[in-house]
Ligand binder design. Structure first.
Ligand SMILES: [Zn+2]
Length: 602
């Protein structure tokens, strides 16, 4: 039917929910959870990735679909499974984990050392003594762990196991369809899977964007800037709701114009497609109140339908204009799943330290100033950037020290923070003083780390006397060549440096030793931007969100207003064409809330 109506089809493989007959006949296809309970039939995203039965049937289903539809010209993309995630601790996973570990560590001695199993006398003598780290073993309530080493490796193993599932379906499709792009849909900064590793196996990256009603725009923008970088290429917005979600606690409608503005935000940060979930509201079960293009009324005469139609018409008019154009940035923020897992598995020094929140704390500064950012992997080509920001770079993996040093020596500006340079790849501490491998280039030694409860604060005092509140973590530092930009104002470490700057080779390292209130942080980051000569995409776009996508001979400036009040168009864009309307921008033109312009600059 869809082919007859000339639709382009993204065909999914339906392997993300185990059917009832399979769970009944083969209980092993269900997962064992963190509490150690083996599940019965129910839910979705429920298959054990290491179940040979699941693998057999998932492969067969993908293969049959490809055999039947692989030559259909309307199938423009394959969508494998759906929103891979979750974790299984069953006996099949246990066996596969041991094999995975043997391949990685070769000997039990190496494994004992990597996980520091001497501690509490947990030394193992044989591979079959290893059990999955759920609550029956090293796991602790709240997704915590007694031994970060094993839990960290289990996350890596689980991510790899699901990636094997993906590759298995991909390869099955490829036997019948050699050309059509293959993807699976990601979920922003999803903790469970190492998306950088996954992206290498995918033809293109797609993701599902469901911002909470109170999420700052900068948070969604950061997700786009990560997803784009996964393959360093434009991406698909696979899913968004045309209006409300239903699975959050509160699910307000998207206000008139909001869905359109959010769609262009995706485009502005590198999307080349916009899709929706769902087309039609289901009649029952868990997503019956999830937003849909077609409501329960079943008519075209709804606000949501009209807004989707308008967006569709606009995108059709834009045609190929912006497709394949690139977002180039001078700033890279290092995002790394090993660090994400290891930092949050760490027992102490504070439970308030969250990885993604830490990233957003820094990202926000750049977003508010329309400075383009890429969320980059630790092994990116740093030479492409003027500034690398490495917040809470807790785990410094093999090779990281050298590439960061080379970046700074060649004139780059590195900004790093508290809880950086602490552990190696397997979560064992670098002995000899924090921040370990970063100590020399930062020119500081962190003797102690104070972890303040939420009701305690300190303050930093900059050299000109201005102050900013700080808290959560306070590094007690000694200068080893760096200069102090600000010192603590109170407590027994008053007068010790809190923020430092060190010249290293031709470049500079900023070390931020405590979590400062915005005013203080912004001040330090502004200093670093000046040092590096980083400039905003547009200098005169106060309050507006602006990005630039570059084609070979022209640029497209996406100008969006997410503020409550109307804002003037940037004077630097006067006289240029808004390709959404075909009109020339005039002095005094304004953008109301959720207005969008795409300005062509030759
Ligand atoms: Zn399993």
């Amino acid at each position: 039917m869809l082919s007859r109506e000339n639709y382009d089809i993204v065909l999914a493989t339906s392997t993300a929910a185990v059917p009832a007959w399979m769970a009944k006949r083969y209980p092993e296809v269900e997962r064992t959870d963190f509490e150690g309970r083996h599940h019965k039939f129910g839910q979705r995203h429920n298959a054990c990735p290491n179940s040979p039965v699941y693998q057999k049937y998932a492969k067969a289903l993908a293969s049959k679909l490809a055999e039947r539809y692989g030559e259909n010209d309307h199938v423009t993309c394959w969508h494998i499974n759906n929103e891979y995630g979750g974790i299984c601790y069953c006996e099949n996973c246990e066996k596969a984990f041991r094999v995975w570990l043997q391949k990685k560590y070769k000997t039990v001695e190496a494994l004992n050392k990597a996980w520091n199993l001497e501690f509490w006398g947990h030394t193992i003598y044989d591979w079959d003594e290893i059990v999955p780290p759920n609550l029956l073993s090293e796991g602790q309530p709240g997704d915590r762990t007694a031994f970060a080493g094993i839990s960290l490796d289990y996350n890596r193993f689980n991510s790899d196991s699901m990636l094997e599932n993906y590759k298995m379906e991909r390869d099955a499709i490829r036997e019948f369809d050699p050309d059509t792009p293959i993807t699976t849909n990601f979920m922003e900064m999803f903790k469970g899977l190492d998306y950088f590793k996954w992206a290498k196996e995918m033809d293109l990256v797609s993701w599902d964007c469901y911002p909470a009603y109170n999420a700052p725009i900068s948070y969604t923008a950061m997700a786009h800037d990560l997803i784009r970088v996964l393959k360093d290429a434009p991406f698909m917005l696979m899913e968004q709701s045309p209006s409300q979600t239903n699975w959050r606690e509160y699910n307000p409608l998207k206000r008139p114009g909001q869905m359109r503005a959010q769609s262009y935000l995706a485009l502005a940060h590198g999307a080349d497609t916009i899709q929706f979930f769902q087309l039609r509201r289901s009649v029952g079960a868990s997503e019956k109140f999830h937003g849909a293009v077609i409501s329960h009324a079943g008519t075209e005469d709804t606000r949501v339908f009209r807004e989707v139609k308008q967006l569709g018409e606009e995108l059709e008019k834009l045609g190929n204009t912006t497709l394949g154009t690139r977002n180039e940035t001078e700033v890279g923020i290092i995002f790394d799943w090993d660090n994400f897992w290891a930092l949050e598995y760490s027992t102490g020094p504070t439970i308030d330290l969250k990885y993604v929140d830490s990233m957003h704390t820094y990202y926000r500064f750049f977003h508010e100033r329309n400075i383009g950012v890429s969320m980059i992997p630790w092994d990116a080509d740093f030479g492409k950037y003027k500034v690398i920001v490495a917040p809470v770079l807790y785990m410094v993996k093999e090779g990281m020290k050298e590439s960061l040093e080379a970046f700074v020596q060649n004139g780059g500006v590195l900004i790093t923070t508290y809880m950086s340079g602490i552990v190696n790849d397997t979560d064992n501490v670098y002995l000899g003083g924090y921040p370990g491998p970063l100590r020399e280039m930062a020119g500081v030694w962190v003797e102690e780390i104070d972890a303040l409860p939420p009701e305690w604060t300190n303050e930093v005092i900059f050299t000109d006397g201005t102050k900013a509140v700080c808290g959560m973590l306070c590094d007690l530092m000694h200068l080893e060549g760096a200069e102090s930009l600000a010192e603590y104002g109170r407590d027994f470490y008053a007068g010790m440096p809190a923020v430092t700057k060190n010249s290293y080779g031709q470049g500079t390292v900023y070390y931020i030793g405590t979590q400062m209130a915005e005013a203080g942080l912004d001040r330090v980051l502004a200093m670093a931007m000046q040092d590096a000569g980083v400039t905003p995409v547009l200098a005169d776009a106060d309050g507006l969100s602006v990005t630039c996508r570059k084609a070979e001979d022209c640029s497209y400036y996406f100008v969006m207003n997410f503020k409550d009040e109307a804002l003037d168009v940037p004077p630097s864009l006067v006289g240029k064409e808004d390709i959404l309307t075909g009109k020339i921008v005039e002095m005094g033109d304004q953008l109301a809330k959720y207005d969008v312009k795409i300005i062509l600059v030759q």
